[in-house]
Design a protein around this ligand. Structure first.
Ligand code: NAP
Length: 264
C-alpha cells in the first residue's frame, strides 16, 4: 500500500510526520507523495483541508486520516499518543472507509470565458470586492430572493461545524447528502427582503447565484480566496465526488460535536 503524510508545518507536527513515515516504512509500506492510497494529515482540520485539495484529482483512490497536534478536530481525531496504534491499524489493511459529501461550485463568466469548477470540503463563500453583495438567488431554476448583505456561505454537512456554524447555520450529520446556504448579515427592511433562515438543499437541487450589478466577487473555496471578474453565475450543488476517510474505530459525529463545542 502507498501512503503520504502531510504536516501543518510546525515543529510538533513535523516531528510526528517523520515518526509516522518511518514507522510505516518499517511495516514495508511505500511512501508515494503523488499517488497515495492513504494520506495521513498531521496538524488540525485546516491541515486536512490542504491535504484534500492536494489530492482532489484522485479522491476515489485515496482515503484520509487526521491526527491533531492541537485541539480535537472534526477531520483530525487521532491524538499523537495513539500513533503507534494508528500505524499498526493502517498496516493491517483492509480498513473501513466512510464517505462524506462534498460541495461542487461552478463559476461561469460573462463574454463566454471558460467556466471553472471547484470542490469544497467545508464551504464556499461569496462576498463583493467593495460594498454590499447583491445577488439574485435561484433555487432549482426558480427565482427565490434578491440577497443584499455581507455575503453568502454554502457549506457541506461536514463543513457545517465550521464557518456555517458561526453564521447560525444548523449542524448537519455528514451521512445526509445536502448543502446549506447561510446568510452573512442580510439587509432586511421594507425595501429589501431575504428569507433570513439557513436553507438546506437536497442532492438533486441546485442553487444559482447571479450578479445584479457588480460582476466581480471574492469567492472562497475552503481556505482559498480567489478574485473572480466578470462573473455570470455561481452554481452550487452536492458534488458527485465524495471524500473518503479511513475509519479504524467508531467516533460518532455527535460525540465529536459534543466534545468540540460542549465539553471534553
Ligand atoms: P483558520 O482561520 O486558520 O482556522 C479556522 C478554524 O476552523 C480552525 O480552528 C480550524 O480547526 C477550524 N475548522 C476547519 N474546518 C472545520 C470543521 N469542518 N469543523 C469545525 N472547525 C473547523 O483557517 P484554515 O485553517 O485555513 O481553515 C479554513 C476554514 O476556516 C474555512 O473552511 C472556514 O470554515 C473557516 N472559517 C471560519 C470562520 C468563522 O468561524 N467565523 C471565518 C472564516 C473561515 P483547526 O484549528 O483544527 O485547523
Amino acid at each position: 500500500m502507498k501512503f503520504a503524510v502531510t504536516s501543518k508545518g510546525d515543529a510538533k507536527s513535523n516531528s510526528l510526520m517523520h515518526k509516522i513515515k518511518s514507522y510505516l516504512l518499517d511495516f514495508h509500506l511505500t511512501y508515494d507523495d503523488n499517488e497515495p492510497d492513504i494520506v495521513i494529515s498531521v496538524g488540525g482540520d485546516g491541515t486536512l483541508l490542504y491535504a484534500f485539495h492536494r489530492y482532489t484529482s484522485r479522491l476515489d483512490k485515496t482515503a484520509f486520516v487526521g491526527v491533531h497536534t492541537g485541539h480535537l478536530g472534526f477531520y483530525a481525531d487521532w491524538v499523537p499518543e495513539e500513533i503507534e496504534k494508528l500505524v499498526i491499524a493502517i498496516a493491517q489493511t483492509p480498513y473501513q472507509v466512510i464517505e462524506y459529501p462534498l460541495l461542487e461550485a461552478i463559476v461561469r463568466y460573462q463574454h463566454g470565458g471558460k467556466e471553472t469548477r471547484y470542490l469544497a470540503l467545508n464551504e464556499s463563500t461569496v462576498k463583493s470586492v467593495e460594498g454590499s453583495l447583491v445577488m439574485d438567488v435561484d433555487i432549482r431554476g426558480q427565482h427565490f430572493e434578491r440577497f443584499r448583505g455581507d455575503g453568502l456561505c454554502v457549506s457541506t454537512p461536514s463543513g457545517s461545524t465550521a464557518y456555517n456554524k458561526a453564521l447560525g447555520g444548523a449542524i448537519i450529520h455528514p451521512s445526509i447528502a445536502a448543502i446549506q446556504m447561510a446568510e452573512m448579515a442580510s439587509i432586511n427592511n421594507r425595501v429589501f427582503r431575504t428569507v433570513g433562515s439557513p436553507l438546506i438543499l437536497p442532492a438533486h437541487h441546485t442553487c444559482m447565484l447571479k450578479p445584479v450589478n457588480e460582476p466581480d466577487f471574492l469567492i472562497t473555496i475552503d481556505h482559498l480566496t480567489l478574485l473572480h471578474k466578470d462573473v455570470k453565475s455561481i452554481q452550487y450543488r452536492v458534488a458527485d465526488e465524495k471524500i473518503r476517510f479511513a475509519r479504524f474505530r467508531p467516533f460518532p459525529f455527535w460525540k465529536r460535536v459534543h466534545d468540540s463545542f460542549i465539553s471534553n
